[in-house]
Design a protein around this ligand. Sequence first.
Ligand SMILES: *Cc1c(COP(=O)(O)O)cnc(C)c1O
Length: 376
Amino acid sequence: MVPFLDLKAATAELEPEITETLSRVLANGWYVLGPEVEAFEAEFAASVGSQHCIGVGNGLDAIELALLALGIEPGDEVIVPANTYIATWLAVTQIGAIVVPVEPDDRTNNIDPDRIEDAITPRTRAVIAVHLYGQPADMVAIRAITARHGIKLVEDAAQAHGASVQGRPVGSLADASAWSFYPSKNLGAIGDGGAVTTSDRAVAEKVRILRNYGSQTKYVNEALGVNSRLDEIQAAVLRIKLPRLSTWNLRRQAIAERYSDELQDVPLRLPASDERGRHVWHVFVVRTNERDALQRHLTARGVQTLIHYPTPPHLQQAYAHLRLRPGTFPISESIHRECLSLPIGPHLAREQVDDVIAAVRSFSFTSGSRDTRRSA
Ligand SMILES: *Cc1c(COP(=O)(O)O)cnc(C)c1O
């Protein structure tokens, strides 16, 4: 049996340190926004080359608070990828702003910079770039567009801890960057957690106030804030894991290389890697028009796979009111129809990777389904 992702293994590797840390936090008696959070914020900011980090409750809140702190208001238009996890859209919707979806580059699955400009109107206030599947979006091109139009740029870096563009870490490439530390992310807590990183002091101050009831001084409320705080246990565990992140990402990369080499001759579309950015392989997504049959075959062979994601946001019931019919975003829709995520993670053993490769190779692809449009 090859599990999609073995979260217990990451905890087991660090068991003595985690146990010791939990005892320290328990004994301390300070459980929310305390010394562990403060230390983690400093360490994480340094690791992404950002001036400030503000720990929050989860990744969705991180995007919302980043948008609010950048001054995005109800009725403002925010450009989002059509192809993303729904959280990117929900953050915009929940602050009363309007999502303006833009199709991805079919090769990288990330928002297509060439299509952003066409979507800009006088009401556009921001673009959210998502580093989907762990691959950085084309931040150089996107930055040039947002700068030219005087609009804000937000990174949704929830799948890209440790990724970089031309040597510069994601999390430092926008006006504000949002992170999730949901357990299955490349840097995951043992519960919910999130953060905003920014090098703009005023934005950092706003997020800091908004996350805690709009208050800096207890019982003095200067803004309509929310309750979205990071707790001490999550911060303490994240501090233990952060120094391991680059080693863990290297293991993911090695597995991705094996899949790419050893499945090269199989009629599957393998992920394209944009050589300008460092991909951290949050998930390894292949594409085939025989997706469902391949998934059933792998399940029968004991290989667990997932689909990231089965339905694009514009076709979800939650966004039915936007009346975006099937066919509105054909590139996104075909990705959702064809994508399948193979097991990948820092604790996947060599033999398990062998098993996945053998299981994929043993599937009888219908002849003619070969799609050779892989990486350029
Ligand atoms: C996980 C994720 C989020 C949301 O993070 P939560 O901590 O689950 O709220 C946002 N955007 C993307 C792209 C994600 O993968």
